[in-house]
Design a protein around this ligand. Structure first.
Ligand code: UDP
Ligand code: MG
Length: 349
């Protein structure tokens, strides 16, 4: 019977289990003699979001086990089943039974890759956290290379699928996407949305990945002051199953990009964005109408047949509206000034 319960409420079970480290933390304030040795503390957490990937999972778990085992560091693998409707969870349950380093969290429905990653981040215990896709396109053999790069002093190391094994309908828009994001954010990496990434624990506990913002994790991390590195990684063909993101990914990606730029750069000072647009509109309209008014005073032309007059009015009105939106934004953001806004590196007390 308890086994049954475990099947229907894995997330709860898991949470209960995870309370243990807290009490371990308390123990750490005890004298060293009574303290447990720290050698078993998880060093690497691998977070794998998945949605209907039943066929890939056993192979992936084998590859991960052999790579992580070879690194000689205590590890955990956290699979987040994002509401799969195939047999993925059954496969994961068997994997978990055979290897206690494999942990599984199952979502009640498909919440999306960002939600799955975010849940994985919340539950990861390792000092280093690796993410990779479950479809075997990301090669686990790259994990040691990413970790080595991370140890050079980066906070995040993002994989770069330089030779990408995807159809051209995906690769070309993706290049454009990466180019635009690079241009607007100034972050010098080539592949923002690579599933294979390595993070220091601080990063994943700090950034908030929701909606479909997983495409912008390097941007979110960069705006919190974390350093971002990049490493070329092997990419493989999708062996089983099919992609979970259709053509709408590009439209959504673009809209999310606006959200990211706004929330990272302007959320605390909306007037800088709306106010700039507003002032440009207002003054353009003002000078157009001022010019027409002077002409009218000089008696040259009647204003009734000058469409430019309307354009001027329109610009003035739109300008005032943008300014007002900016001011409203300022009022709202003032009430929302969260203490979490800044990311602290060190405190010397
Ligand atoms: N994924 C997920 N939830 C979703 C969609 C995708 O967890 O709603 C997982 C998916 O199972 C895979 C990873 O995210 O492990 C990347 O998805 P996919 O391979 O379909 O993306 P692509 O490689 O086509 O960009
Ligand atoms: Mg894939």
């Amino acid at each position: 019977m308890p086994e049954e319960k475990k099947q229907t409420q894995p997330a709860k079970q898991y949470r209960r289990k995870r309370r243990q480290p807290k009490s371990q933390q308390q123990k750490e304030s005890q004298p060293a003699s009574s303290r447990q040795t720290n050698t078993r503390k998880t060093a690497i957490s691998v977070v794998v979001p998945l949605y209907n990937e039943e066929t890939s999972l056993p192979e992936l778990a084998e590859e991960l086990k052999s790579v992580l085992g070879g690194m000689g560091m205590p590890y955990e693998i956290i699979f987040i089943d994002d509401g799969s409707t195939d047999e993925s969870f059954k496969v994961l349950r068997d994997l978990h039974r055979n290897n206690k380093r494999i942990k599984v969290i199952r979502l009640r429905k498909n919440f999306g890759k960002s939600a799955a990653l975010s849940l994985g981040f919340q539950n990861a215990e390792g000092e280093i956290v690796i993410t990779l896709d479950a479809d075997l396109q990301d090669d686990p053999a790259e994990i040691p290379n990413l970790v080595r790069e991370l140890k050079k002093g980066y906070d995040v190391v993002s994989g770069w699928k330089k030779r990408r094994r995807d159809p051209i309908t995906k690769t070309i828009p993706s290049r454009l996407f990466n180019f635009i994001v690079r241009l607007f954010t100034g972050i010098k990496i080539h592949d923002f949305n690579c599933g294979l990434k390595a993070y220091r624990k601080d990063v994943i506990k700090k950034i908030r990945v929701y909606g479909e913002l997983h495409r912008f994790i390097p941007v979110l991390a960069h705006w919190q002051g974390f350093s971002i590195g990049e490493k070329i990684v092997q990419h493989r063909n999708r062996k089983y199953g099919k992609t979970k993101f259709g053509i709408t990914r590009f439209l959504k990606g673009f809209l999310d990009f606006i959200t990211v730029i706004f929330t990272t750069r302007f959320a605390t000072r909306p007037l800088h964005l709306f106010g700039s647009i507003g002032l440009v509109c207002f003054f353009t309209g003002f000078f157009i109408d001022a010019y027409l008014t002077i002409q009218w005073f000089l008696g040259n032309i009647a204003l009734s047949n000058r469409p430019l007059l309307l354009a001027g009015f329109l610009l003035i009105i739109v300008g005032v509206q943008f300014l007002a939106i900016g001011l409203l934004g300022e009022m709202i953001s003032r009430g929302h000034h969260v203490k979490e806004e800044y990311s602290i590196r060190d405190i010397l007390d």
